[in-house]
Design a protein around this ligand. Structure first.
Ligand code: FES
Length: 139
C-alpha cells in the first residue's frame, strides 16, 4: 500500500511540537518596567502546560526579540504538522496577563497555528514581527 507523498512528513520536522518562545530580554519579564505583572507566574504556567502536553508543546525563552514597546512579547511557532498545513509563527504583544495566557494555552491545546483558529480576543494582540535589517551590498 502506498502513501500519498503529500501526506508524508520527513524526519524530526513532522514531529516538531508547537513551541512558545517567550521573550525575556531587556523589557519583557522585567518587573521594574512592567510592575503588576507576575512574569514568573506566566512562565511557570506555560512550562507546566508543556510538561503536561505529552510532547505536543514546548516552551523556551529568548533574549530581546525587538518590539520592546509591545512587551511582553510571545511567539507561537506552529508544530511540524501545523506548518505543513500553512501555519506560521504568530507574534503576540502585551501577553503578560492571565487572560492572554489562557487564550494562548487554549489555542495551542487545540493545535495552534495551522491546525486551529486562535481565540478572537487573542487576535487583537497579534503584532507584526520586526522587519529584518536591510542587507548592505558589498562595494
Ligand atoms: S525585551 Fe522583549 S521585545 Fe525587547
Amino acid at each position: 500500500m502506498s502513501v500519498p507523498t503529500s501526506r508524508v512528513v520527513f524526519g524530526a520536522a513532522g514531529a516538531r511540537p508547537c513551541t512558545l518562545v517567550l521573550c525575556r530580554g531587556c523589557c519583557c519579564g522585567d518587573a521594574r518596567k512592567h510592575p503588576g505583572v507576575d512574569h514568573q507566574w506566566q512562565l511557570d504556567r506555560l512550562r507546566a502546560a508543556a510538561a503536561q502536553s505529552g510532547g505536543r508543546l514546548a516552551v523556551r525563552t529568548t533574549d530581546c526579540l525587538g518590539p520592546c514597546d509591545q512587551a511582553n512579547v510571545l511567539v507561537v511557532q506552529p508544530s511540524g504538522e501545523g506548518r505543513r498545513r500553512g501555519g506560521r509563527a504568530t507574534w503576540i504583544g502585551w501577553s503578560g496577563d492571565d487572560a492572554c495566557t489562557d487564550d494562548v494555552l487554549d489555542w495551542v491545546a487545540a493545535g495552534g497555528p495551522g491546525l486551529a483558529d486562535p481565540p478572537a480576543t487573542l487576535t487583537l494582540q497579534f503584532i507584526n514581527p520586526p522587519r529584518p535589517e536591510p542587507r548592505r551590498s558589498r562595494r
